[in-house]
Design a protein around this ligand. Sequence first.
Ligand code: SF4
Length: 107
Amino acid sequence: MEAKFKVPRERIPWFPTINYDACIHDRECLEFCKNGVFDWDEALGVPIVSHPYNCVVGCDACAKICPAEAISFPPMDEFRVTLRKLIADLNREAEQARRQEAVTESR
Ligand code: SF4
């Protein structure tokens, strides 16, 4: 079935996770990412994923440039399964909305 909606970015669980035990606090990720995904926590002296949904779905470039290998993303196989489930959920929600609308219009 063809999807007739745009998947809201906030429902797509794709963004970096930082392993603070491995992080060497060199700010590479902060300087590298042009989408503003990271900020620097001055008090703690660590990067934080402050805007996770600015992350481009499928991009894992910051994980590749991190010299400490402190950044990870969901495994792609797992992520594909998650996406299929998300699309099925959204199709179901859209179908329920269509049925509700049809019931409302018929009254
Ligand atoms: S690039 Fe890696 S090691 Fe450097 S601050 Fe970011 S997470 Fe930490």
